[in-house]
Design a protein around this ligand. Structure first.
Ligand code: PLP
Length: 411
């Protein structure tokens, strides 16, 4: 049985049309004609549900948003031009000058740079923590803490957060929890674990074929009675709650991020992303199984492998308890030195050397000389970047072929 059987029917049935073109229609138009002045007025006030302008929403993109929202049990979703814009949308649609973020886990480079450099220029401060520093995290929360941000799997340090525990802390103090679930779609459902917002780079495993850059942010409904978004801390969202009720977070994100920042998804990218989504269940299922096999065999062959499924990993008990459907496509190997890492990469015939992850093909990259080359020693230490570290994203190839190739490359 496929690990993700519950989604197999939903994806193909909702992405395909039952009448007319079976494949989703690409509405390739930036603007939309309203027909008459009354309809135009209605569209702008929200009483007429028709497209306004593609920066604010597009029918092809709306279809992708609906599938993504359903996948995560959210009330709605907003697709964006990239994964980084999904992170920016989720955070900047809520933050004001003087606010603070608590960021948990080994962070994606772009997100780390957004929090540690760009947002500080706007008076927004971020405190960074390892996944297990729960007490320190709790002690750092103050009246300015507006967002707790966490990645579902540390990339590339492979450390695993207990999202339920983190969500309990966020809820106890009335702080919003955003989870970047890029690496573990289907495997992990952050909204069910208590998160409020989920962000994705759909560029990765959701597309799988590296044909389109994209992102998506999934939101939960606002509760009718008690809701932390109704507290004074999130007062900028209140006017959307008054007007849109449970859909308020979608309206807030669209106004603040799509209308004002313009990070909207293109219809063509949304279409390509849906082609990937149709087969996500099958690819995820195969890859999370392959990753475990490859990790085990490379480790047996004496290569220093980091993957939570290995008994040697200090994350192994968390993996078994919290990640029963795998933790995505990544593993890392440490070749000790930069020279040995380069030799491995240049010898491998299977690995495609690229900064991407979650592809149909197996990908690999030396971390210190590429993505993290402009990070200082202290930052690299925090993020777990050693001199010989290679990040590998396992693809759809026969796992035995990957193992044979890597063992030869490492020799
Ligand atoms: C790739 C990635 C992003 C950024 O996505 P882009 O589509 O490249 O902008 C954000 N978070 C994680 C975990 C990623 O892997």
């Amino acid at each position: 049985m496929n690990n993700f059987e519950e989604y197999c029917t939903q994806f193909v049935q909702t992405i395909g049309n039952k009448e007319g073109p079976v494949s989703p229609v690409i509405t390739s138009s930036a603007s939309f004609a309203y027909g008459d002045a009354d309809t135009a007025e209605g569209i702008f006030s929200g009483s007429v549900k028709k497209p306004l302008y593609s920066r604010m929403g597009n029918p092809t993109t709306a279809k992708l948003e609906n599938v993504m929202a359903e996948m995560d049990g959210g009330i709605g979703a907003v697709a964006t031009s990239s994964g980084m814009s999904a992170v920016t949308l989720a955070t900047m649609s809520l933050l004001s000058m003087g606010d603070e973020i608590i960021s948990i886990g080994g962070l994606f480079g772009g997100t780390y740079s957004l929090f540690s450099e760009t947002l500080t220029r706007f008076g927004i401060k971020t405190h960074f923590f390892d996944v297990d520093e729960l007490e320190a995290i709790e002690n750092t929360i103050n009246e300015n803490t507006k967002i707790i941000f966490c990645e579902s799997v540390g990339n590339p340090n492979m450390r695993l957060p207990d999202i339920k525990k983190i969500a309990n802390i966020a809820n106890k103090y009335g702080v919003v929890l955003i989870v970047d679930n890029t690496i573990t779609p289907l495997s992990l459902k952050p909204l069910e674990l208590g998160a409020d917002i989920v962000v994705y780079s759909t560029t990765k495993i959701i597309s799988g074929n590296t044909s389109a850059l994209g992102g998506c942010t999934v939101f939960r409904a606002i509760n009718e009675n008690d809701d932390k978004f109704k507290t004074q801390k999130y007062k900028d969202v209140h006017k959307f709650i008054n007007k849109m009720g449970k859909m308020a977070l979608i309206a807030n994100a669209k106004k603040r991020a799509l209308r004002d920042f313009g990070m909207s998804a293109s219809a063509h990218a949304s279409y390509q992303t849906m082609l990937g989504l149709e087969t996500l269940t099958l690819r995820m299922d195969r890859i999370v199984k392959s990753v475990e096999i490859v990790a085990k065999e490379l480790s047996k062959a004496g290569i220093k492998v980091n993957h939570p499924s290995l008994a040697s990993s200090e994350q192994n008990s968390k993996y078994k308890k919290l990640f029963s459907k795998g933790c995505g496509t990544l593993l890392t190997i440490d070749m000790g030195t930069k020279e040995d890492a380069f030799r491995f990469l240049n010898n491998s015939k299977i690995a495609t050397l690229t900064a991407n992850i979650g592809d149909n093909r197996t990908l690999a990259l030396h971390m210190a000389s590429t993505i993290y080359s402009d990070f200082n020693e202290e930052q690299k230490k925090f993020l777990g970047i050693t001199e010989g570290l290679i990040r590998i994203s396992i693809g759809l190839e026969n796992p035995q072929d990957i193992i044979d190739d890597f063992i030869k490359a490492a020799a």
